[in-house]
Design a protein around this ligand. Structure first.
Ligand SMILES: [Zn+2]
Length: 408
């Protein structure tokens, strides 16, 4: 999974002080804490922990923010490289900070946009000649196809159009958007404007380093929008998983290297063993129902293929018509009954397989009557299919023999 927005330096106080809105939160907790990163020993400890923890949670690629300190920022890159995580590391740049005077420098850049309404207002006052927050970035050529802007909760349709034109991406950080009461990003609308979008944990505005959490919070946000807006199309978990993987790779302009299992891309994935003892969740037989369905459907697919092939043979239709118009004198032959018995055992075998597959898929309080009828129907269907194949081939054989006789 790809975390498109995470502040490595904020990991040490993750989950604390989520009692205030963004700007107050930054001034009270973030800026003072980030001062400590001028000492590389402190940075080393936190950065080691954040890389290990996010890897454990399945983050194979992360777009990290460090602090304004060059040495410790370089250290973060080295640590990620050493532990084995693909990381894009950015040094934070900040020249306007009047609240915590010691924590600022003299270059100009940023990468959060329209996080909450108060912030949008302040930017408007600071840049009165710009039409919007996006316009501020756009004016200084900071919106390119390599730009990832976090949050974007309050972007207008016009601003999204600019994102689309510039190829800039949005990092949706639902946990932090909710924790700091910043806003609800309408992902559906972002996708409608064809703007690249991935998910971010935004530690520690977001209180979890896990991308699974980011996916859950993205669903929650979408559901909240559904409650507010009638007819709103809620995001599906598949769409959210796409945001956490391929979406993230597109946002970071890495879609040629990672994001899915296309041939030629890097294997940017984690191997998960769900049945490991003491794991964080339990696995039930029905959890693998797709495999179950596949294995119970497979014999029928094969039978149908055989039948289609058999029907293409010359004389097969005659054989099948014999199946439906049996002659009494033939039915008295013991050989016919022996062959019929083979068919019955074959069908029984498939039937038992079906029952086992169904009983392991079903929940405890399943409807046995329904299952019994379903399995009987499936058995009957199988027998008919198998017999059709046999008679079609028999008809074909008879046809060949006929032709031989005529030739003689
Ligand atoms: Zn952030």
């Amino acid at each position: 999974m790809v975390d498109t927005h995470i502040h490595a330096s904020q990991y040490s106080y993750m989950g604390t002080g989520l009692d205030m809105p963004l700007l107050q939160w930054l001034n009270t907790y973030t800026f003072p804490a980030e001062l400590k990163y001028n000492k590389t020993e402190f940075a080393e400890e936190v950065y080691n922990k954040v890389v290990k923890r996010t890897l454990k949670n399945g983050t194979t690629t992360a777009c990290y923010f460090a602090t304004i300190h060059t040495d410790s920022t370089l250290l973060l890159g080295e640590i990620a490289d050493k532990i084995g995580q693909r990381a894009l590391v950015g040094k934070v740049c900040m020249d306007i900070n009047n609240t915590v005077e010691e924590y600022k420098e003299t270059t100009e850049e940023s990468s959060h946009i329209s996080e909450n309404t108060e912030e949008v207002q302040i930017v408007k006052e600071m840049f009165p000649d710009c039409k919007s927050y996006t316009d501020v970035y756009n004016k200084y050529n900071l919106l390119t196809n390599k730009t990832v802007m976090a949050h974007g909760c309050h972007l207008t349709d016009k601003e999204l159009d600019i994102f689309n034109q510039r190829g800039a991406a949005i990092s949706h950080c639902p946990n932090s958007n909710l924790s700091l009461c910043s806003g609800l990003l309408d992902v559906r609308n972002v996708l409608k404007h064809k703007v690249k979008i991935g998910l971010g944990t935004d530690v520690s505005g977001g209180y979890s380093p896990s991308m699974l959490d980011a996916m859950r919070r993205a669903l929650d946000t979408s559901k909240a929008l559904t409650i507010q807006t009638s007819g709103y199309e809620t995001l599906t978990y598949k769409e959210v998983f796409r945001l956490a993987t391929l979406g993230g790779s597109q946002a970071l302009a890495l879609e040629d290297t990672i994001g899915n299992f296309e041939v030629g891309k890097d294997f940017d994935a984690v191997l998960v063993s769900p049945s490991i003892p003491g794991g964080p969740f339990d696995v039930f037989a029905g959890d693998t129902f797709e495999v179950m369905y596949f294995s119970s459907l497979f014999p029928y697919v094969v039978l149908i293929c055989f039948l289609v092939r058999a029907l293409l043979l010359k004389g097969s239709v005659d054989g099948i018509s014999h199946m439906f118009t049996p002659k009494l004198e033939i039915m008295l032959e013991p050989k016919v009954w022996r062959e019929a018995a083979t068919q019955v055992f074959f069908a029984l075998g498939l039937g038992f397989g079906g029952v086992i597959a169904f009983s392991s898929y079903n929940k405890r309080d399943n409807n046995c009557h329904f299952d019994a009828v379903l399995v009987s129907f499936i058995n009957f269907f199988t027998s008919v299919l198998a017999t059709l194949v046999v008679f079609a081939v028999l008809g074909f054989k008879a046809n060949i023999m006929n032709e031989k006789c005529v030739a003689l």
